[in-house]
Design a protein around this ligand. Structure first.
Ligand code: ZN
Length: 401
């Protein structure tokens, strides 16, 4: 049966809006989108949207569904059992979907959990966001993320590590080009996998038709990844003129994950977060903010990603990231594009997702009020009245209201 959303503000996702739009769905796809009313097929279920806004389903380009958002989630995931991590991840996937995030990219977890979760969601066994999964992140021996990563040294071993991820079913490949915050004893500014190692790994992923992403904080490591042909830069703390101009030239997106550093700083050592992580966060955060501003002003495409699962960065609060982007100079409509159209491009799924257009998959979110007046509305799962994923209403019922 067709469903029509009538009379609401429609935020298309590519910068356009309709003041009183009608959006018609049939089956899994959007069949028509117009300003004003349209003749509807008989038996269409009509959902009036007066005072509400319909947006594309949001896409979070950087989550870790195996991490629980506790004060020291890496230690927890290493020590707890696989069944316990799996059960928690099932709940986190559900929380994420209920918050209006209909697609995520999982950039590193434990064993096969994220892959199994992806397949269970895809088959309809459990509810959750559509997932693209990197499986294990590839790092140098003792490099950032090693407790949950696949350590590899030298171009040949990195190549093999990539082949292993793809063999197991990874949708993309994640590298660790620099140090980071959550691993003790590594420096965020230091380069890790070399340019040669990254080039070998990226080449291997591209041969198999997989996109690549890299954790990147320090400038040298970021440049190594860019020269080696990476597709997205995660975090991007110490960007400089050369790295942002390479990103623009090569069409490489930045996924800043502001939520990660904000939550670590906000909860601090008092919240139980390890001291080394708090200290490093405080040190890198000012550079991170100026890098994001510089990237935006230079024309780098910026997509929403949260690093959900890191300390106090809870699954289901993902869309709070947009408020952080607005604080760094984004207009609300620009921030929404980062979480929809641009995020879909980062995933390589822009022909199916990321905007409310005819022919695309019907992933929609209905929110009370107008997020263009108050972007903070979107961070509250309670304000998300309805979630549609692939044409199916997975949250809410507006018929009686
Ligand atoms: Zn991450």
């Amino acid at each position: 049966m067709a469903i029509a959303f009538i009379g609401g503000l429609v935020i298309i996702g590519d910068g356009r809006i309709l003041e009183h739009g009608t959006v018609l769905l049939d089956g899994q796809r959007i069949t028509k989108v117009i300003e004003g009313e349209m003749d509807l097929p008989p038996d269409t279920r009509k959902i009036p949207l007066e005072g509400r806004t319909v947006l594309p389903g949001f896409i979070d380009c950087h989550v870790h569904l195996c991490l629980d958002g506790g004060p020291d989630p890496i230690s927890s995931v290493i020590t707890e059992s696989v069944p316990m991590t799996t059960l928690k991840a099932v709940q986190f996937a559900r929380d994420t979907l209920m918050a209006g995030v209909t697609t995520v990219r999982d950039l590193g977890g434990k064993e096969e959990i994220a892959l199994v979760l992806r397949d269970a969601i895809c088959s309809g066994l459990i509810s959750g966001p559509r997932m693209l999964v990197s499986r294990q992140m590839i790092c140098m021996t003792g490099g950032h993320g090693w407790p949950v990563g696949r350590e590899a040294d030298g171009p040949d071993e990195v190549r093999k590590a990539v082949r292993q991820q793809i063999k197991k079913g990874a949708d993309l490949v994640k590298f660790m080009a620099t140090g980071g915050v959550l691993t003790p004893g590594v420096e965020p500014g230091a380069a890790q996998l070399t340019e040669e190692e990254l080039r070998a790994g990226i080449e291997e992923a591209h041969k198999a038709g997989r996109k690549t992403a890299t954790h990147a904080m320090g400038t040298e490591g970021t440049l190594n990844a860019l020269r080696a042909g990476i597709d997205s830069i995660e975090h991007g703390v110490y960007l400089d003129d050369q790295s942002v101009s390479l990103m623009v030239k090569q069409g490489v997106a930045l996924v800043p994950t502001l939520s990660a550093l904000y939550n670590i700083e906000a909860k601090g050592i008092e919240g139980g977060i390890p001291e080394y992580a708090v200290e490093k966060t405080k040190r890198v955060k000012p550079y991170h903010l100026s890098s994001i501003r510089m990237a935006r002003e230079t024309g780098v495409r910026i997509a929403m990603g949260t690093d959900a699962g890191t300390p106090f960065n809870m699954h289901g609060e993902n869309i709070g990231e947009l408020k952080f982007l607005v604080e760094q100079g984004f207009s609300p409509i620009e921030a929404i594009q980062a979480g929809t159209r641009i995020a879909a491009e980062v995933l390589g799924m822009e022909s199916d997702l990321g905007s409310i257009e005819e022919g695309k998959l019907a992933d929609l979110v209905v929110v009370e009020g107008n997020p263009l007046d108050n972007i903070g509305l979107l961070r509250d799962p309670e304000a998300i009245k309805l979630v549609v994923q692939g044409g199916k209403i997975v949250k809410g019922n507006l018929d009686q209201s």
